[in-house]
Design a protein around this ligand. Structure first.
Ligand code: THG
Length: 784
């Protein structure tokens, strides 16, 4: 076989369509049927320039985006593939079914469910494969969970090779906070065939991304950047083909080997990179697989002792059982946050209880947990159906707890682990129970590792549990567990886990036994202790172990944690599970707690004071953390939901006190285009209504034209605009400009976390309101 060479993709389709002068309309895919010759001509130009793979014009031909189109998904996808096929006929160029984001956010950020997303992709995939696509490429993706739905649909419903590129911002995160390591780890495990980046930035800014991704995947790396950054004045891209090629060259040493262009690139760009790099061999890679788990925004590399929090588990916990029975998700979330704050790096999730729909509850709890904590989860169930349901919706790479050495169990669970790209815990027991000796447990561990390998699951995805027995019952066997663990670690090259607290059942002073056993186990090679992290003696033993084994170099972490504490308080009592305060609940996105706390606060505080002194400052804090990249869109929306829950309670209170009834005037409120964060606007609306104004709420993500049209149509004299993100303040400015032109005498006030009085003036607003109360003052001033 000939050596692999660098492959070339096409360049911008949208850019070429704009240049061709055809009117793009709402859905550019309609051109596949209306103007097939234009599309064909663009494809031919790219093939002529040297593309080995062209992307069919099918990017947004999904059911959601075509909802107002005269054409069906099948019609436009089929026509798109056929046009590309005709252009490629006789050239050897391959045709990719091109699929972009659905255009609607998935739960919990939006309303689209995972299975609906799956179904939307499936429809496109079936049409694309039937029409003759050679492969599918998911591109411009920003939500790892949406990609997962897409990849699963491709894997389950077609035989097409799957390529995937995501779009990152300069800070190395996607719009929803997905990180590059999480993308690499998760999608590699899900079995895609090539991975990389497209859109948003020029090649140079993507070089560090390629370097980072190469650490987390052995797959060929795709790079399809824009022609630099857009020039906001001319609305074009400044970079020429030679500069583009020069910047692309910098990514090649890190393994970029499938090269093309996105917005602003033309056939000239492809011709130039083909000339520069055509026939080159992809750079050699020094990828080494790692023991790692992740959520979409956070990756945990297991290269030391990592605590698995055991508390999301009804075993022996009356309150937790009650919480499950009463469907008290808030309680479970509080338990999760507490454990993470106490140092848990992974959370075990077990919701099995007689008389409970374990599958439905597991799915719900996994989703809820992933919207408030970013640590990876360990999905704990003995039921394969429950595991599969949770593995489908899990965002990232989880750990499955567990399989054992029984052939039937291995055959049931391992295919799920492989398919959904998880890691798995293997228990050293089988149909005959737990063997007594270390040697016998080792034999089972070896069988698990070998069977996993036969399913294509590498040792880096295996964590062996040599099983803690209870010292009060099987004292002689305690050391067998530890001996087995050393053998497994040294001879099989996998990592290990143990449920540590099992050791002390039936003995007094359990923490003493647990701590000592934990310390012994770490010395025998324990990587993932499953413990209650809220016990400082347990986490303290790990901290001390890391000092004594020279892992915590210079005792840095130890000093950070214990250095300032007085020696006498260091061995403190367990971390107290106090009630979350309202600001804590909003910051952490705890809906139920926010509601409860608001009800309590209303007994001693004025409703408006709660809004202005707690809710708004906390939301501002969340907004600032978002702006500075400390938290990401999912947490932002989660906080907004919690604040909304609090606000609903306040709204009830306010309307029951409502006294004024005369109509004072009509006001429009809207969250500007591109911004979905509408809690601030919703608060303002209710307050204004309470003061007797007739408020027309245009909602969130409101197009500029809609604001203008509605202002005219309803003869409105005062408009309030809100924007949370700096990126959408641009749209606020444009909305103001359009309004001024169309309705010169309208007054406009603005608000939102990132705005300042100065900035409000700069973008042309008449007023700035820092909170809901100020909005009322403005309304009084303008309308009386
Ligand atoms: N290996 C693996 N997974 C496991 C275990 C294991 N999962 C379950 C268990 N063992 C680890 N998890 C727990 C959870 C709770 C308790 C112990 C282990 C526990 N509960 C107290 C009791 O029962 O008395 C209640 C204590 C409390 O309320 O704080 O001890 O071995 N792979």
């Amino acid at each position: 076989m000939s050596k692999p060479t660098i492959l070339f993709l096409d360049g911008g389709m949208g850019t070429m369509l704009q240049q061709s002068g055809v009117s793009l309309g709402k859905v550019p895919e309609e051109l596949n049927i209306r103007e097939p010759d234009v599309i064909l001509d663009i494809h031919r130009q790219y093939i002529e320039a040297g593309a080995d793979v062209i992307y069919a014009n099918t990017f947004s031909a999904n059911r959601y985006k075509l909802r107002d189109s005269a054409y069906s998904v099948c019609e436009l996808v089929t026509a798109g593939i056929q046009n590309a096929r005709r252009a490629a006929a006789g050239t050897g160029c391959r045709v990719a079914l091109d699929i972009g984001p659905i255009g609607q956010l998935l739960e919990p950020n939006g309303n689209l469910s995972f299975e609906e997303a799956y179904d939307i992709f499936r429809e496109m995939l079936l049409a694309g494969e039937a029409a003759g696509a050679d492969l599918v490429v998911f591109e411009t993706m920003t939500d790892l969970l949406e990609v997962k739905a897409a990849v699963l649909a491709a894997r389950e419903c077609t035989k097409l090779p799957v390529w995937c590129t995501m779009t990152f911002e300069e800070n190395g995160r996607t719009f929803t906070g997905t990180s590059i390591p999480s993308m690499g780890l998760t999608l590699t495990a899900l079995g895609v065939d090539a991975l990389g980046f497209n859109c948003s930035l020029g090649p140079k800014k993507m070089v560090p991304f390629v370097k980072e991704l190469a650490k987390w995947t052995p797959l060929p790396l795709i790079l399809k950047p824009n022609a630099g950054l857009p020039n906001l004045n001319s609305n074009t891209y400044d970079m020429d083909a030679a500069e583009f090629a020069a910047e692309m060259a910098e990514a090649l040493p890190y393994g970029a080997c499938i090269l093309g262009g996105c917005c602003g690139t033309t056939p000239e760009f492809i011709r130039t990179i083909k000339k520069e790099f055509g026939g080159c061999t992809p750079a050699p890679r020094d990828y080494a697989p790692k023991f790692a788990l992740c959520s979409a925004s956070h990756l945990l590399e297991v290269d030391g002792v990592c605590i698995v929090g055991e508390r999301i588990n009804p075993t022996g916990k009356k309150r937790f059982k009650e919480a499950l029975q009463n469907h008290n998700i808030g309680y479970i979330l509080t338990q999760a946050l507490e454990q993470v704050e106490a140092g848990a790096k992974i959370l075990d999730v077990n919701v099995g209880l007689p008389g409970i729909d374990e599958k439905a509850l597991m799915v719900e709890v996994v989703k809820e947990l992933q919207s408030v904590v970013d640590v990876p989860l360990q999905i704990d169930s003995s039921n394969a159906e429950v595991l599969e349901a949770a593995l489908r919706v899990y965002n990232g790479k989880p750990l499955v707890n567990s399989v054992n050495g029984e052939p039937a169990v291995l055959a049931r669970i391992l295919p799920l682990v492989k398919k959904y790209g998880a890691s798995v815990i293997g228990l050293c027991m089988d149909e005959n129970g737990i063997p007594l000796t270390a040697e016998e447990r080792f034999v089972i561990a070896k069988r698990i590792v070998e069977t996993a390998a036969s399913y294509g699951i590498p040792k880096e995805d295996l964590y062996i549990d040599c099983l803690t027995l209870t010292a009060s019952v099987q004292q002689k066997e305690v050391m067998e567990t530890l001996r087995a663990m050393t053998m497994v670690k040294e001879q099989l090259g996998v990592k290990t886990t143990l449920g540590v607290s099992n050791i002390s059942f039936g003995l007094p002073n359990r923490p003493l036994i647990n701590t000592t056993f934990l310390t012994m186990a770490m010395q025998h090679g324990l990587d993932l202790p499953i413990i209650n992290p809220n016990l400082p003696v347990m986490t303290g033993a790990i901290d001390a172990f890391n000092v004594l084994t020279n892992r915590d170099v210079g005792s840095k972490q130890y000093l950070e944690k214990y250095g300032e504490q007085a020696a006498s308080t260091a061995a403190a009592a367990p971390v107290k599970a106090s009630e979350p305060t309202l600001d804590y609940a909003v910051l952490n996105g705890l809906k139920d707690a926010a509601k409860e706390q608001t009800k309590k606060l209303l007994a001693s505080m004025e409703a408006m004071d709660i809004v202005n002194q707690i809710l708004i400052p906390t939301l501002d804090e969340v907004g600032i953390q978002f702006e500075t990249g400390k938290l990401f869109l999912p947490q932002l929306l989660q906080s907004a939901t919690a604040a909304q829950a609090a606000f609903d309670v306040i709204k009830e209170r306010i309307s029951s006190q409502k006294t004024e009834t005369i109509q004072k005037g009509r006001i429009i409120v809207a969250t500007v285009k591109g911004d979905v964060h509408d809690i601030g606007k919703n608060i303002v609306k209710v307050i204004l209504e309470n003061y007797g104004y007739d408020v027309i709420d245009l909602g969130k993500d409101v197009p500029i034209e809609t604001v203008v049209e509605e202002t005219i149509r309803r003869d409105v004299k005062l408009v309030g605009l809100s924007a949370l993100m700096t990126t959408t303040v641009v749209n606020m400015e444009q909305t103001i400009r359009a309004l001024r032109e169309a309705v010169p005498d309208v007054k406009i006030w603005v608000g939102g976390a990132v705005l300042t009085p100065d900035y409000a003036k700069e973008i042309g607003a008449d007023f700035y309101a820092k909170d809901a109360k100020q909005s009322v003052d403005i309304a009084k001033q303008v309308l009386g």
